[in-house]
Design a protein. Structure first.
Length: 435
């Protein structure tokens, strides 16, 4: 078998290990010529501008998530028939069918981690992977028929999905990745693939207050269950309830922000289809503090609290941070501009203006966001052209007094100033430590 692995990141490396064990002849195809030193001895490569040429000569073409399938296939049907992904191959060969797939625009990492931790607390054998970091082919050898697998799945991974999980979850969906997808319809259709390949015995869970989420889940032939509404988990009188049973109070959650109530209810609804262990669910919900770079409390110095929300790469995520962090605050916002709608972000800043000591706008999006702020007569901002988060944090500090918070919640991607959101968050944390 002659296999081309297109894209040699985390997924590509997992694919190489997997197909090499199957005895395949492998060619690594990647646009970056600098990765030549990372390719193991004995593996051929096709690097540089022509990395997707002549792929029809291979028996199998493994697409890494970040590579748009249209770049590989175009109109070439013969190539399309040979195309697969790490996720497709895993779902095809997995010895267990106990698989929970989670998609949505934001909250996937938090929700999948909650599901995983609750199932572990209920004494299940659980493996977490997908977009959250571990390609599932890596833990495939450790699975049995009784294992549970929880997968965080991005629209990139779902764009050519061929198989459906036993339980599929769709969180809130708003515009994102429109520089990768043709349009919002294409983005929504990609996520719908998670549901349309399910069977009638499978379960589709969706966010009751989001039309796109409901539309996406409607593609499932299985049993469709909303969350944040009955019969799924919901919030009533400050309590998280499902199936008539109270799990815990929202005040007991360690996760910040009302938006995390949605993620909690999604996780509880998914787990409830597997086990109805109130004690296990409660033990996780009342101790889980969240993932790095998601409204992460960094520390307090001179009475000022600092929060790292670098993962907030969309306007809606930044709006959630405005609601989640109580009291007076200085916001650091801006970044790589994917030309998403941002008028609602400006309106949110205006509606929170009594709590905002200053909004510091950074990165390539700063001028466009400033223009939207001007339209709604929100003027308490300043553009900071510095490329150093250390300098930006120092500036933010000058606007805060004891009792205030300084929050990095960009609302934009990181690629104009940083390698990724992790690097942006780590630099923010380092700058806070310097204070």
């Amino acid at each position: 078998m002659n296999v081309a692995i297109v894209g040699f990141g985390v997924e590509g490396k997992a694919a190489l290990t997997y197909w090499k064990k199957l005895g395949a002849q492998i060619t690594v195809c990647d646009q970056e010529q600098s990765i030549a030193s990372e390719i193991p001895e004995g593996i051929t490569s096709q690097l540089g501008p022509d990395y997707v040429k002549n792929l029809g000569n291979f028996d199998v073409i493994v697409r890494s998530a970040g590579i748009n399938p249209e770049l590989i296939t175009g109109e070439k049907t013969a190539v399309k028939d040979k195309l697969t992904t790490v996720i497709n191959e895993f779902l095809r060969v997995s010895p267990t069918k106990h698989i929970i797939g989670v998609t949505g625009t934001k909250g996937k990492g938090t929700t999948t981690t909650l599901i995983t931790d609750i199932l572990k607390a209920a004494h299940k054998s659980v493996f977490l992977g997908g977009n959250i970091g571990t390609p599932p082919l890596e833990f495939l050898p450790n699975l049995t028929e009784d294992s549970w697998v929880v997968l965080e799945l991005s629209s990139f991974q779902l764009s050519d999905l061929r198989y459906g999980p036993a339980i599929a979850v769709c969180l809130m969906v708003v515009p994102e990745h429109l520089n990768w997808h043709a349009d919002m319809e294409d983005y929504v259709n990609a996520k719908a693939h998670l549901f349309e390949h399910q069977s009638t015995g499978d379960i589709a869970i969706y966010y009751s207050q989001n039309d796109a989420s409901k539309q996406i889940a409607s593609h499932s032939p299985g049993h469709q269950i909303p969350y944040f509404a009955k019969p799924g988990a919901y919030v009533e009188n400050g309590q998280i309830i499902i199936d008539g049973q109270t799990i815990c109070a929202t005040s007991e959650l360690k996760l910040l922000g009302g938006h995390n109530w949605q993620n909690v209810c999604a996780a509880v609804t998914a787990v409830w289809q597997v086990v109805q262990d109130v004690s296990a669910i409660r033990s996780v919900l009342t101790t889980f503090t969240g993932l790095p770079h998601r409204l992460e409390f960094v520390g307090e110095t001179w009475g000022i609290r600092y929060y790292n929300d670098s993962f907030a790469a969309t306007p809606d995520a930044a709006i959630a941070a405005l609601d989640a962090i109580p009291g007076p605050k200085v916001m650091i916002m801006g970044g790589f501009d994917r030309q998403l709608p941002i008028d609602h972000l400006a309106r949110a800043l205006k509606s929170h203006q009594d709590q905002l000591k200053k909004v510091i706008l950074i990165g390539a999006s700063a001028k466009r966001l400033a223009g939207e702020c001007d339209k709604v007569e929100f003027t308490n901002y300043q553009i900071d052209s510095s490329k150093s988060l250390s300098e930006i944090v120092t500036t933010a500090r000058t606007f805060a007094i004891p009792g205030d918070a300084v929050v990095l919640s960009p609302g934009f991607a990181s690629f104009d100033m940083f390698k990724n959101f992790e690097e942006r968050g780590l630099q923010f944390k380092a700058a806070v430590e310097q204070l």
